[in-house]
Write a protein of this length. Structure first.
Length: 670
């Protein structure tokens, strides 16, 4: 007995490493559970998938196979479908078969009593080192953990639907969750290819649903007070704020009944939603949204989503700050209490909700003073102390150069298809057709070319950064705008080719900040830039072959020069998308940066380049670009000529003087 007593505590104190996780148990084979099981299996883990009947499990396996087939069609699988499926073992109920699992994640219905029963059983069955995670989106991690004798190893791991495709994972600690457990779960999410955020305190709704819940609450308040109808609110959400869906369109999509039950469950925590009455009326009429064919909108085929027609002109009827202010207030509280970092807050809403910018970035853009006024107008809560402090200190966001973020002297100009942000010595050109994934049309190409010409003559600007608004850098050409063109028109249409050539030989460095999809013409534009920096969640490809055409803006020429003929042919012939890390491995992008540090890292690199002499940067660019297209002897002669020419400039004199004086040079481009 003494020996057993000695060994057990040692085993329970064992700190598991990421590489020690070999077998994973997923409890619940429904919408989320089967997707989580698929994700773990794709990542090489042996998976137990458990539910209450074999019929449910067989249905889950069929859905997993269907999903894998779709991924295979897109070239996104590294293994055979049957190999992936062979790693999933279905289990009816929970028994000792699963007792060698190292990590378990529960994804059953949102009922605290059932979850506590499951966790109590897991605590008995699984070895002491095993971590027990829950995918709950609204219930308390701490209360679930109380059903076990290992509260330090119970953690929230919230995936988004569908888990295989959605990038964000929210990792949340309960009151007794150890730092080691939370960190290991965070690292596991990264190993699955996801982008995790860390939430340091057990809060109902995690981060994304709390912020979304406040936006929904504000929307319901505006309707209750007859200040707006749901069409106006959805028009503002879509066209003013750039949300991928209107607020009530999203509620229809996810299910009015689901939103109703989540709102009711939050009442246990003292959180009363103004939407309960509105949702309750719909639930009583069985108007649940897409699933029943009618909700706030009508859907001709129940169960099939059709994008509602939302008039754009309604977006001017109400201040967008009213829609987002309560969400900002909630985010500010989370930040002030150090529950989550600033970067993770903004990353969460971008990846979890598909917003084109973070919630705190919205606040800076709208103005902290305007957010406070909107909170006061809604009169359901007080502005957070941090917001009031920022306003008193003049930290109002973009207009004062500092808010939640530091901007310096920023000047923003919004065109039809672009946002141009002047942040000397940098200029950001943001492709701004988020509802079309920044697809290229004639207007965008012409505006981009004209903007580049203007910035080229602006001596305050040393580096230009090209990026996209929303979930894409650019998903390629807007095919609908080219369908009426004849073959001869396409040959004569030189604008995109001229644009890529302008970028390649632009007299200032151009960085392509690839923040999402870079496909077709979008990738061709990125390839013409000097440096390509991609976010971890970016996807790149030349899918034109899938439409029966080929890249038409230099893709067949630049891609082989960048990654080699063989790899270029493989990418063009298959039409596959590849993730950022794979693009980096083959040399298509020059850096891959975590999503939550993306803009900061792009800015850091750009500012480092901007410190150099504009003349030497131009000379280096010409030597590389022109020399690469010629033989090495011609290239070397060009290089030496430019090298000698630079010695006639004041910048060289400044560089030498600064070196001797052991200080940082101040180049003026003279």
């Amino acid at each position: 007995m003494q020996t057993v007593y000695f060994l057990a505590p040692v085993y329970s104190l064992y700190l598991m490493r990421l590489e020690d996780i070999k077998k994973v148990l997923v409890i619940g084979a429904g919408t989320m559970g089967h997707g989580i099981a698929e994700l773990f299996s794709m990542s090489g883990y042996q998976v137990y998938l458990s539910d209450i009947s074999q019929d449910i499990l067989d249905n889950a396996l069929n859905k997993i196979r269907w999903s894998l087939e779709k991924l295979q069609e897109k070239g996104q699988l590294k293994e055979d479908i049957n190999t992936i499926l062979s790693r999933i073992k279905t289990i009816v109920g929970l028994n000792t078969i699963v007792s060698d699992a190292d990590f378990a994640i529960e994804a059953i219905v949102e009922r605290i009593d059932l979850k506590r029963q499951i966790f109590s059983k897991l605590d008995e069955l699984l070895p002491p080192h095993a971590i027990l995670a829950t995918n709950t989106s609204s219930l308390s991690i701490t209360k679930i953990a109380e059903a076990t004798k290992r509260a330090d190893k119970v953690v929230g791991m919230h995936f988004f639907n569908p888990p295989v495709l959605m990038q964000l994972v929210e990792v949340m600690k309960g009151e007794k969750t150890s730092d080691e457990t939370a960190k290991l779960t965070y690292d596991l999410a990264k190993k699955l290819g996801k982008t995790p955020i860390m939430i340091n305190k057990d809060i109902p709704g995690y981060v994304v649903n709390r912020i979304l819940g406040e936006i929904i609450s504000a929307s319901c308040i505006l309707i209750q007070r007859n200040l707006a109808d749901y069409l106006t609110i959805d028009s503002i959400a879509r066209y003013k704020l750039g949300f991928p869906m209107g607020v009530f369109e999203l509620i229809d999509y996810t299910g009015i009944d689901v939103n109703y039950h989540v709102s009711k469950s939050l009442e246990e925590y003292g959180i009363k939603s103004p939407c309960v009455t509105l949702f309750e009326e719909k639930v009583k009429k069985n108007e649940l949204g897409v699933k029943t064919g009618k909700g706030f909108y009508t859907y001709p085929v129940p169960g099939k989503y059709n994008k509602p027609n939302i008039p754009k002109e309604l977006a001017d009827k109400l201040d967008p700050a009213l829609l987002i202010a309560l969400g900002v207030n909630e985010a500010t509280r989370l930040l002030k209490e150090r529950i989550v970092s600033r970067e993770d807050l903004d990353l969460a809403v971008r990846l979890g909700l598909g917003f084109p910018k973070g919630i705190l970035q919205y606040a800076d853009e709208i103005g902290i003073d305007n957010i406070i006024k909107a909170i006061d107008f809604l009169a359901v809560e007080k502005p957070d102390e941090l917001l009031l402090q920022m306003a008193n200190e003049g930290k109002l966001g973009l207009k004062t150069g500092i808010g939640f973020y530091q901007y310096g002297k920023v000047e923003t100009k919004t065109l039809n298809t672009l946002i141009v942000r002047i942040e000397p010595p940098l200029a950001w050109i943001i492709l701004n057709r988020p509802e079309r994934l920044n697809a290229l049309n004639m207007d965008l190409v012409e505006e981009l070319s004209k903007t580049l010409a203007e910035l080229e003559n602006d001596n305050k600007i040393r580096v230009v950064i090209l990026t996209g608004n929303g979930r894409a850098f650019s998903a390629g050409a807007d095919i609908t705008s080219f369908l009426t063109l004849k073959p001869i028109d396409i040959i004569r249409f030189r604008s995109i080719r001229e644009l890529t050539n302008k970028l390649q030989f632009y007299t200032k460095p151009v960085i392509a900040a690839i923040n999402g999809y870079a496909l077709g013409g979008g990738l061709e534009i990125a390839m013409a830039c000097d440096i390509r920096i991609a976010s971890e969640s970016a996807q790149l490809g030349q899918p034109e072959i899938n439409l029966g055409i080929i890249p038409g803006a230099g893709g067949t020429q630049r891609l082989p020069r960048i990654i080699g003929k063989g790899k270029a042919k493989l990418l063009i012939y298959t039409g596959d998308m590849i993730p950022a890390k794979e693009a980096y491995n083959i040399g298509l992008v020059d850096m891959v940066v975590p999503d939550n540090k993306f803009e900061d890292e792009v800015r850091r690199i750009a500012l480092k380049i901007a410190e150099k002499s504009p003349l030497s940067l131009l000379a280096a660019k010409l030597a590389i670009e022109l020399g690469y297209e010629s033989n090495i002897f011609t290239g070397e002669y060009l290089e030496s000529s430019l090298f000698g020419l630079l010695f006639t400039t004041k910048d060289v004199q400044e560089g030498v003087r600064a070196f001797l004086e052991k200080r940082k040079p101040e180049f003026k481009g003279e």
